[in-house]
Ligand binder design. Structure first.
Ligand code: ZN
Length: 276
């Protein structure tokens, strides 16, 4: 009896001193297309990339958390895939749709509780309408920009227009948003590429923190050179965001995944395998 009491006391002591275990979060990387371009000059107005070819990855991510699933980005519109064998300045790939890939996990878009975008450029919103039944987590400034009169006339509008009526959580511009309230999945502001561009920090129980960096840098060299594409909505803000994202990476020790950089994305398990 005495021995049992001691064991119970030891267990109680260990329970009070052990930190709560990290939630069982998994990260899946979906193939949401890619690009092969003959001239990457568009990524800097200072001509560093003029005439240089580039390959760009374009993943989407599914984060499975005990409290719900989050889809991050919705890829290139499947209809924009280039015809095979045609010689083009920019070849666009989109081999599998999101629903085709989710089937491998016995899921459909209707099963996904939360939807979020790094930002609303056409190569990130291609299948966004499929998630109009999810709760849309969107930076207030990005939402305003997506539904401004000019945006409604753009070609990409049709691919995300249904989000306008989605159940929406408007995130305060400039502030981080903790998706599940436990610090495991947080959307950080990194504005400047677009008004409400965000990056995503995912803390995995075994692999540790992963920082999914949206379009902060399109090419690995762009990070070293600190180049800002001419199409960004705010250059000084982009440069400040670069500093903030790098500081966040340092502070958390996160592995950085620049979404358009194949050497980063290729380090992640191939779907349907997950990183946990
Ligand atoms: Zn972009």
């Amino acid at each position: 009896m005495k021995r049992i009491a001691i064991v119970v006391a030891m267990l109680a002591a260990s329970c009070t001193t052990t930190a709560p275990s990290a939630p069982d979060v998994k990260l899946y990387t979906l193939d949401c297309g890619g690009f092969e371009m003959k001239n990457a000059g568009m990524f800097s107005p200072n001509h560093e990339f003029d005439g240089k070819p580039a390959k760009l990855s374009n993943p989407c991510f599914l984060i499975r958390h005990p409290a719900g699933d989050l889809m991050w980005d919705a890829g290139i519109p499947p209809a924009m895939a280039s015809a095979p064998g045609v010689d083009l300045p920019i070849k666009t790939f989109r081999p599998k749709t999101i629903p085709q890939q989710l089937t491998e996990l016995s899921l459909t878009p209707a099963d996904i509780e939360f939807f979020a975008l790094s930002h609303s450029h056409y190569d990130h919103v291609g299948e966004a309408n499929l998630f109009a039944g999810s709760t849309w987590l969107v930076d207030s400034a990005e939402r305003e920009w997506m539904f401004r009169p000019d945006a409604r006339k753009a070609q990409a509008f049709a691919t995300y227009k249904d989000l306008e009526a989605a159940k929406t959580e408007r995130l305060e511009t400039g502030l981080p948003f903790d998706v599940f309230g436990d610090g495991s999945v947080v959307m950080y502001p990194a504005h400047g590429h677009t008004p409400g561009h965000r990056v995503l920090l995912v803390k995995l129980p075994k692999s540790g923190p992963i920082l999914i960096a949206g379009d902060m840098w399109h090419l690995a060299e762009a990070q070293t050179l600190r180049t800002v594409p001419g199409g960004n909505t705010d250059k000084p803000e982009t440069l400040r965001s670069m500093d903030k994202v790098e500081a966040l990476q340092k502070e958390t020790g996160a592995k950085l995944i620049r979404q358009h950089v194949p050497v980063d994305v290729d380090t992640l398990p191939k779907f349907p395998a997950a990183l946990d």
